[in-house]
Write a protein that binds this ligand. Sequence first.
Ligand SMILES: O=c1ccn([C@H]2C[C@H](O)[C@@H](CO)O2)c(=O)[nH]1
Ligand SMILES: [Zn+2]
Length: 130
Amino acid sequence: MSHDLFEAARDAMARAYAPYSKFPVGAAIRADDGKIYVGANIENLSFPQGWCAEPTAIGNMVMGGGRRIVEMAVIAEKLALCPPCGGCRQKIAEFAGPETRVYLCDEVGVQKTMTMEELLPFSFKTEMLG
Ligand SMILES: O=c1ccn([C@H]2C[C@H](O)[C@@H](CO)O2)c(=O)[nH]1
Ligand SMILES: [Zn+2]
């Protein structure tokens, strides 16, 4: 992964709105249009109404004209690694393939690389709709 994706995720993390958890998360997507789309978690006083960094980045990608995730970086301030939560894995999978790589980063750089198949094995597939 090139350094620009990591730096984009780190910059996005700095813009997180996480006054309740104090757990800022940043995400950066390199999309099929060649652009980088970023997101951070955005919390709410009504706690369940807040959302994760990954869907912010996905929303920015879709609205910006990107359609597929080529690769993605996720970073959190307080953990060595921030594995995407279950809901985020399903959301990422919608725009990714089994070999799409997700880079789990700390403030130094990429610490772990995972494929979507590793993050979300035996996932619900469109074929199952019949
Ligand atoms: O994959 C994840 C997991 C958690 N969070 C956010 C949600 C919440 O604002 C904070 C603490 O759970 O971290 C993310 O952004 N992405
Ligand atoms: Zn999540």
